[in-house]
Write a protein of this length. Structure first.
Length: 580
């Protein structure tokens, strides 16, 4: 709906002045700010001048367009000229006549909220719109009042309009000078900030180098001190064994008890030294994997024999489910056995009655083995489940007086699991026991050094919900994954995927600009991203047709029932599938 306000004939230069003045008066009457009044008047002046100089005259019309509350000042200028030969070049700023035609049209478009131009051999028509100020609504009664006010303004005086233009020019120059001063001040502040950032980066680099040296020194110290401890410890154990075997004569009951204490303490210290040495090797990248083919029953058989002496409590049963028909593993049997020994040993220590059960499951889809050590012990509080994997950390509990440990077994086990291309996680509740889950690939071909094996997989998160991106980052934290970038819509996600080429993408389906289906299609169309595994996380119920469109995804998870274990399992399976 348009309510006409005014028409101005454009035949001479004086008419251009009249159109400019009328445009300013209308803008003022409609409540536009001074700057917007100037923008409207300038745009009308430029288009009207083109109509007079190059279009053989024409007409300028003004009206109110739309219904409250979405109204705008609508303006149209028509001329009778031959039209603009290359309109696209003019609008793109690629063409400019000797007289300056082109700048005025492009400039007018920038000053308006909406702009439309049509040109042919019959002439040129330009429509311009400027949205009314917020809260301003024009009624039919207002139209009559505005028209009456314009009639009172009388015939425009060119000198009055020139003075008005000079005032506008001075005001604009003052504003420009103010902005330049603000810009100089901001540039100075940015320069100071940049100097601070450069200094901070230099300090961070220095701290990182110090940490690297400290880590190297720590590993060297642990390695050296461990070797130095082994010789006297072996001597103590050997001498204690000689005494207990009565090689040099009988021992009294009290002497035998004392020697047993000595041997037990030497055994504990030897275990600590061995764990320290293993950790030092892993951190220094000196661990070599000795891969070979073996099966689960043989692994469990050897484990049963090793762990039997540790099963001292008669009311705790050690159960190994070795009735298993999965394919053989090709990995480092010694490292897997070491992890399981640590897990079973911990479970026996903290289980007073019930059982400790070791099981294995083969997932044919992901080609991975999942080992589980389940106990009926005292359990682990949720807030402590990450801490138990920190070196030298022991969680206070009621069994601590009789249960001794080094606080290195679980951290070492997780490092070894990562070395084998897997993960080690825990699920537990206080008073309800604990379940430790070791997830590793069935085949680990080649030899990997610790640096290569523990290098985190680079993950790109594409989701428009910031809280959910945070949750995913928390789920993936503390494991062998590193979130290298986040994207809040599909187009940004595609750009980052092509630029970063991450190891894994976690993708939402419903996003602005480009949804998850479009992202999957874009990844498949690009050779550089086609092989990146994608885990889809969505809150929507999928229809049969949606499943076909998600054929390129490695896994589809529901946001309504998401857990850290589910995300880690899906991520591990996706990476294993991509490398298979």
């Amino acid at each position: 709906m348009n309510w006409p306000l005014l028409r101005v004939a454009l035949e001479r230069e004086e008419d251009v002045v009249a159109a400019r003045q009328r445009a300013r008066l209308l803008a003022a009457a409609l409540g536009f700010e001074v700057q917007d009044q100037t923008r409207i008047a300038t745009a009308i002046s430029e288009i009207a001048r083109n109509a007079v100089l190059y279009g053989q005259g024409g007409m300028a019309e003004f009206a109110i367009a739309g219904k409250p509350p979405a109204q705008s000042l609508w303006m149209r200028i028509d001329d009778r000229g031959p039209g603009i030969a290359d309109l696209d070049a003019v609008m793109e700023g690629r063409w400019l006549s000797a007289a300056g035609v082109g700048h005025g049209i492009v400039g007018a478009r920038r000053l308006m909220d909406r702009f439309d131009i049509r040109s042919d051999a019959r002439g040129t028509s330009v429509q311009l719109e400027k949205t009314l100020p917020a809260g301003r609504q024009v009624t039919r009664e207002d139209i009559a009042s505005i028209i009456a006010g314009l009639a009172k303004a009388g015939t425009p005086d060119p000198m009055v309009e020139l003075r008005a233009q000079n005032r506008e020019l001075l005001a604009n120059l003052h504003e420009l000078r103010t902005r330049q001063e603000d810009l100089h001040r901001l540039n100075a502040e940015l320069a100071d900030t940049n100097r601070g950032v450069v200094a901070l980066y230099a300090e961070l680099d220095e701290r990182a180098e110090e940490l690297r040296r400290a880590s190297e020194l720590k590993s060297r110290f642990l390695s050296n001190i461990s070797h130095e401890f082994r010789t006297p410890l072996n001597s103590i154990l050997a001498i204690a064994t000689l005494l207990l075997e009565r090689t040099d004569g009988e021992l009294s009951t009290e002497q035998e008890r004392q020697v047993n204490y000595i041997r037990s303490s030497a055994h504990n210290l030897t275990d600590l030294v061995n764990d320290l040495l293993d950790l030092a090797k892993v951190e220094a990248g000196k661990v070599e994997l000795r891969n070979g083919e073996f099966d689960v029953p043989a692994l469990f058989g050897a484990l049963r024999g090793v762990m039997k002496p540790l099963q001292t409590a008669t009311n705790v049963a050690l159960m190994l489910d070795d009735h298993f028909g999965g394919p053989p593993l090709y990995s480092d049997e010694g490292k897997i056995s070491q992890i399981l020994r640590n897990l079973v040993s911990n479970a026996l220590k903290f289980t007073e009655h019930g059982e400790v059960r070791v099981s294995a499951r083969y997932d044919a889809m992901t080609r991975r083995y999942v080992f589980a050590v389940v106990d009926t012990g005292i359990g682990i509080a949720p807030e402590d489940q990450d801490r138990i994997f920190e070196e030298f950390t022991q969680i206070p509990n009621r069994l601590q007086e009789r249960v001794k440990g080094t606080g290195l077994g679980l951290p070492l086990s997780r490092r070894l699991a990562e070395l084998l291309g897997g993960t080690l996680i825990v699920e537990s509740e206080l008073g309800r026991g604990a379940t430790f889950i070791l997830d590793i690939p069935a085949r680990l071909d080649g030899r990997l050094d610790a640096g290569a094996a523990t290098a985190p997989a680079r993950v790109l998160l594409i989701d428009d919900e910031e809280p959910f991106r945070y949750v995913l980052g928390q789920f993936l934290g503390g494991s062998h994954y590193a979130v290298v970038a986040e994207a809040h819509d599909g187009e940004q996600g595609l750009r980052q995927a092509r630029m970063l080429v991450p190891d894994l993408i976690v993708l939402d389906l419903h996003m602005p600009v480009l949804d998850g289906y479009g992202v999957l299609a874009g990844l498949q169309d690009d050779a550089s991203t086609r092989d990146i595994p994608v885990v889809v996380c969505t809150s929507s119920v999928l229809r049969p047709g949606d499943r076909e469109r998600l054929a390129g995804a490695s896994a589809v998870l529901s946001k309504h029932a998401l857990s850290r274990e589910a995300v880690l399992a899906a991520a591990g399976a996706a990476l294993a599938g991509s490398s298979a």
